[in-house]
Design a protein around this ligand. Sequence first.
Ligand SMILES: Nc1ncnc2c1ncn2[C@@H]1O[C@H](COP(=O)(O)OP(=O)(O)OP(=O)(O)O)[C@@H](O)[C@H]1O
Ligand SMILES: [Mg+2]
Length: 288
Amino acid sequence: MTGVEAAAETSVPKIEIVGLSRAFGKKGSKEKFYAIQDFNLSIRQGEFVTVVGPSGCGKSTLLDLLVGLSKPDGGSILVDGKAITGPALDRGIVLQGYALFPWRTVRKNIEFGLEIKGVKRGERAELVRHYVKLVELEGFENHYPYELSGGMQQRVAIARALAYDPEVLLMDEPFAAVDAQTRETMQDELLSIWEKTGKTVVFVTHSIEEAVGLADRVAVMSKNPGRVKAVIDVGLPRPRRVSDVRNTIDFNVITSRVWELLQNKEPLPEREIPQTNVEEAIHDDAII
Ligand SMILES: Nc1ncnc2c1ncn2[C@@H]1O[C@H](COP(=O)(O)OP(=O)(O)OP(=O)(O)O)[C@@H](O)[C@H]1O
Ligand SMILES: [Mg+2]
């Protein structure tokens, strides 16, 4: 173990979620419905964790809590050992449904966090150029969100989150609305940025392939109530490109395990997974 790894082992987790619950009122009743209950997950500094689970299991509710847009009804979320008090620039967010500022152009949306941080105009312009290029939106800098497609808006949201260089990236299906080719480019770009910057990433997705391809660990959630059912160590080599690992046996075995967990089956021990089952279970991109 290197010195850096040893330090990481002993330091407090970057994000620690303990016994978390979040309840909503039921319409026309005093009863409460727990979208999330007894949710536990500890995430190390610099770790890439993906979260998968059936629709409605509480993934977006979890991210809202991590962002600080809502408050827990029980349990706690600590970032660097401190309770979250609200949204802050230490956490970059790309949530479902874009949430761009409609009155700001692409450039001004991307500059938003930089302005708050007090970055000087010249440096802001440089950073905007860099991130506009990264998300392939050159030529659209002066367009407003309503002039862009859903996928383009999503890419602006990603550029905005990356531009102010937060330590933690919270992403809720960030690539769901982009076409397959752009999605693959952006997955690899995200991995490359993550490898270079050491950000801690919590990434929600419906795609099992994406979850396994990107992650150090995949948290598989169950529904009613939403909680962590299992955490799968991915262990595929780094640096990694999703396109490089997608056709490997290891990738298919891990993907198959996640799939079985989501199907409410106990995962088979690795050696007992017959190759035919793996092929049957995994289609091109298993979307749950
Ligand atoms: N503001 C709210 N008021 C009442 N119920 C809510 C609210 N937000 C979420 N819920 C409920 O909490 C549960 C979890 O919702 P959430 O949006 O977190 O699911 P999800 O896992 O993100 O689903 P999807 O994969 O479809 O995005 C759902 O049953 C949803 O109806
Ligand atoms: Mg959601």
